[in-house]
Each structure stands twice: as structure tokens, then as C-alpha cells.
Unconditional design. Structure first.
Length: 216
């Protein structure tokens, strides 16, 4: 299955991707995670991407399309993949169509819908594990021990771009550049909208339903 997870920043794409890939046995491909890994390793790509990410802007299409093209050409993507955070612009969506044109295109686009008023609280309270990347929230999905990952014992941190000011920029970038993808994929008959303002496991079950799976 070749799936795109769509939704505003904070909708729960990364959280749901953790659950979806365990059920579907396909790789989770997050452009945000790839950029953060490049920043941590201090590569040229990371330094370039950081200039945009720190301001809440999108990394230019050519750069982002290039890293996705290389990633989906890897052997582990032959049986499908889950894209999280890509595409984020219409040109990226069209580039993805071109990349997949010999493989029958995408199978589904899952749009996690969350009202804007919840997103700032979700993003400013988000914490991530330095070691394994697991996603937590100070109140909605707190770790058992403060600042310690339940899964691997790693230390939790707050992303530099999860400050209130940067979050506001990211939400307006989403409305202007990414939200038009909802209509784009609806017209192609690929879109499934799933309400994201439910408990994490309920959202996962409903995403499964949209894919024709019964995970109750
Ligand atoms: P995205 O990848 O779409 O930016 P995340 O998966 O990182 O979003 O989730 C953003 C924040 O919201 C995290 O702190 C996460 O723990 C929290 N979160 C995710 N899903 C839910 C949910 N269904 N209810 C409450 N909080 C959630
Ligand atoms: P995310 O982890 O998905 O919230 O992404 C973090 C940041 O990485 C975004 O705010 C962008 O600056 C950058 N980014 C991630 N995916 C893309 C993309 N598809 N296009 C452009 N920039 C991206």
C-alpha cells in the first residue's frame, strides 16, 4: 500500500504513523524526521533545511522532492510506504504522481482533521524522544516518568519549532500551501477524512476502517 498521511501540524500524523506501520508492515517515511536527522548529523542538507524549519517555513520543493525520490527508490519501499509530511505543496503532489506513475500511483490519502484551536496546545505541549523519536504530549499522552521515554528510556526534548510563534507561522503556511491538497486528492477519489479529535487509539481504528481494515 502506498499511503499519504495529510493534516495540519499537530493533527497526529507522526503519532498515528507509529501505529499504522506496526499494523501494515510498511516503512514510515517522514520528511520532518529526515530533515531533523540531517540537522543532528550536521550535513549540508541539514544546515540548508534548518534555515527554513527554524522559521516555520517549508524547505524548497526541489530539495524535499529529491530526498523523497531517493527514499522511495530503496528496496524496503517495494511493498509500499506511508508518507508523513510529504507532499505539502501542489508541486510536490504533482512530483509524487510523476515518481509513482509506473507503479499505479497512490492507494489512499488519509486526512486527519483537527480544528485549529486545538493545534497550538498540541504542538507546544509535544515532547519527543531524542533516541527513538517516539512522540508524547505533556498532558494528552504523558510518559510514565517525566521526561523519560516509555519505550527506550531515552530523554525527551521539545522541538525548536514547537514554540508558540513558530507554530503560528507553520499553521498559516499549512492553510496557504498544504490545505489545497485536500481538494486535489478528493478530486482524484483518493481522500479519506478521519476526525482527529478523539483518543489516539480511536483515531487509529478509524484510519484502519478507511483502509478497509478492522482493528477493533
Ligand atoms: P503531527 O505529526 O501531525 O505534527 P504529532 O503526531 O506529532 O502531530 O502530534 C502532535 C501532538 O499531539 C503530540 O504531542 C501528540 O502526543 C499529541 N496527539 C496526537 N494525537 C492526539 C490525540 N488523538 N489526542 C490528543 N493529543 C494527541
Ligand atoms: P514536521 O516534522 O512534518 O512537522 O516537519 C517539520 C518541518 O520540516 C516543517 O515545518 C518544514 O519546515 C520541514 N518539512 C517537512 N516536510 C516538508 C515538506 N514536504 N516540504 C517542505 N518542508 C517540509
Amino acid at each position: 500500500m502506498k499511503i499519504v498521511l495529510l493534516g495540519p501540524p499537530g493533527a497526529g500524523k507522526g503519532t498515528q504513523a507509529e501505529g499504522l506501520v506496526k499494523k501494515l508492515f510498511i516503512p514510515h517515511i517522514s520528511t520532518g524526521d529526515m530533515f531533523r536527522a540531517a540537522i543532528s548529523s550536521g550535513t549540508a542538507l541539514g544546515m540548508e533545511a534548518k534555515r527554513y524549519i527554524d522559521q516555520g517555513k517549508l524547505v524548497p520543493d526541489e530539495i524535499t522532492e529529491g530526498i523523497i525520490m531517493d527514499r522511495i527508490a530503496q528496496p524496503d519501499c517495494r511493498g509500499g510506504f506511508l508518507l508523513d509530511g510529504f507532499p505539502r505543496t501542489l508541486p510536490q503532489a504533482m512530483a509524487l504522481e510523476e515518481m509513482l506513475k509506473d507503479q499505479g500511483g497512490l492507494d489512499a490519502v488519509l486526512d486527519i482533521s483537527v480544528e485549529p484551536e486545538h493545534l497550538i496546545v498540541r504542538l507546544t505541549g509535544r515532547r519527543m524522544c531524542k533516541k527513538c523519536g517516539a512522540i508524547y504530549h505533556l498532558h494528552y499522552n504523558a510518559p510514565q516518568q517525566e521526561n523519560v521515554c516509555d519505550l527506550c528510556g531515552g530523554e525527551l526534548f521539545q522541538r525548536d519549532d514547537d514554540t508558540e510563534e513558530t507554530v503560528k507561522n507553520r499553521l498559516s503556511v499549512y492553510s496557504e500551501q498544504t490545505a489545497p491538497l485536500i481538494e486535489f486528492y478528493q478530486k482524484k477519489g483518493l481522500l479519506h477524512v478521519v476526525e482527529g479529535n478523539h483518543p489516539i487509539n480511536t483515531v487509529l481504528v478509524n484510519l484502519g476502517k478507511a483502509l478497509g481494515q478492522n482493528w477493533n
